[in-house]
Design a binder for this molecule. Structure first.
Ligand code: GUN
Ligand code: ZN
Length: 450
């Protein structure tokens, strides 16, 4: 394998290896006895310098300080395309669908994030939890309180993480204490936070209108104007998740062709915009997203828990829409990428009915599922070549899998004959016990076996 130019602080990691040789393509490569070489480069970032079979690579690196993990497998850190850190304590709150869930649990809970001390305690727990589950990068909602962003960014920076978040914009149909009472102020706060955090170390900012029903047209268009000024800032929101929500959007924005069109008219649909759910869309919506380079964050555990609906993989592929996987905690029920991949598989198997036409479910391959939560999710964020993979030049954030973590996993993985079977056993039976270590920037942050 080719080497990547570096300066010093070489480190070797000797174990099995799993990666995606072409980040745009869901085909994984597996090396049972591999060597990963990382190096701290001049900008202070630890990147992967080489990857390959141990027998080929080790002779090129004599005296390399090397960590050996026999029987374990190094894989890219998982990338979660849509998660709400302030909803860590909302997981498992039952409701009759999205809108009652927001009103009864989520909005009242998020009010508490006006208190930075409270936000800090939740942020610390949340980031620890992401690490325990092997998630090293996330596109994350904060709350409407600017301090909820400052606290999260500072803590992610301290841990050298690549994280993206933003202040939620919501100036209507929201309770006191969560609602932006001054729309222009909410937009100035967004700009200030971009200046403060975007591009600082490994941090990124996302302009974050919650969803169309909780923003005035003035706020949405103001957010679109900011997006135009900052083309490399991300945009995140929710779209077409729930039928009651869609009816409400139709009433509020009668001029729009579709729910998605509300965002398009406001200048919020473009490259680096990530929309959660994208369930109830037509072909024109999917094609429009594909055309501008916007991406979908598929959130299957959330969609099952809230009874929202099923993402249509076949229609999205036909339109060329890019997508990746997301937990959507706290609508989602788990931080675990294994649970999310498993749910995505189950959902894709279901028969779908659209405009009276039924279609059989599809079987997503395990490599495809894994890609959607690593290299594919990174590509959806425009971060391919940086995270979600182990190719030379990628930043050194990875997980170390223990396929024998539980008696059943050990028994089941030992009986697999192909890479697909092996990955599938882990997807279906896995949880955080499979993550023996999470390594961020060459530092082991999690040791689940301690
Ligand atoms: N739509 C608007 N806000 C939210 C949220 O917090 N979670 C989900 N799942 N959908 C939303
Ligand atoms: Zn969400």
């Amino acid at each position: 394998m080719t080497a990547h130019p570096s300066v010093n602080h070489l480190q070797g990691w000797h174990a099995g290896l799993l990666w995606f040789p072409d980040p745009q393509s869901p085909h994984a490569q597996h090396e049972t006895d591999g060597l990963l070489v990382t190096a701290r480069e001049a900008d202070g970032i630890v990147r992967i310098q080489a990857i390959g079979a141990y027998r080929d690579l080790a002779p090129q690196y004599p005296d390399l300080p090397t960590t050996h993990w026999p029987g374990l497998c190094i894989a890219p850190g998982f990338v979660d395309l849509h998660i709400h850190y302030p909803q860590t304590d909302v997981i498992g709150s039952p409701a009759d669908g999205l809108l009652p869930w927001l009103e009864h649990y989520t909005f009242p809970h998020e009010k508490q994030f006006s208190d930075p001390a409270y936000a800090h305690e939740v942020t610390s727990f949340f980031l620890d939890e992401l690490m325990r589950h092997g998630v090293t990068t996330a596109l994350c909602f904060a709350t409407a309180h600017p301090e909820s962003v400052n606290v999260f960014m500072a803590e992610a920076q301290k841990r050298h993480l690549r994280m993206i978040t933003g202040k939620v914009l919501q100036d209507r149909h929201s309770p006191d204490g969560l609602r932006d009472t001054d729309t222009q102020l909410s937009l100035r706060q967004t700009e200030d936070l971009i200046h403060l955090w975007h591009g600082v170390d490994r941090l990124g900012y996302a302009i974050t209108p919650r969803f169309a029903p909780t923003s005035s047209t003035e706020q949405l268009h103001g957010a679109g104007e900011i997006a135009q000024q900052f083309p490399d800032v991300w945009i995140q929101s929710h779209v077409a998740e729930n039928l009651d929500e869609i009816r409400w959007v139709k009433e509020l924005f009668p001029e729009a062709r579709s729910y998605l069109d509300v965002y398009d008219r406001a200048g919020l649909l473009r490259q680096r915009s990530v929309y959660a759910h994208c369930i109830y869309m037509d072909e024109a919506d999917r094609r429009r997203m594909a055309e501008v380079g916007a991406t979908a964050a598929i959130s299957p555990t959330s969609n099952l828990f809230l009874g929202s609906g099923f993402f249509d993989y076949a229609a999205s592929d036909a339109a060329g829409l890019r997508y990746g996987l997301a937990s959507d905690v706290g609508g989602g029920t788990s931080f675990s990428p294994f649970h999310t991949m498993h749910a995505a598989y189950t959902v894709a198997r279901q028969r779908v009915e659209s405009q009276g036409v039924g279609r059989l479910g599809i079987s997503l391959s395990p490599e495809h599922l894994w890609w959607q939560h690593t290299a594919g999710a990174a590509a959806a964020l425009d971060l391919d070549g940086k995270v979600g993979n182990l190719l030379p030049g990628c930043e050194a954030d990875f997980v170390v899998l223990n396929p024998k973590a539980t008696p059943l996993l050990a028994r089941r993985t030992a009986q697999t004959e192909t890479l697909a079977e092996w990955l599938f056993a882990m997807i279906v039976l896995g949880d955080e016990r499979l993550i023996a270590h999470t390594v961020v920037q060459g530092q082991t942050l999690t040791d689940n076996r301690a």
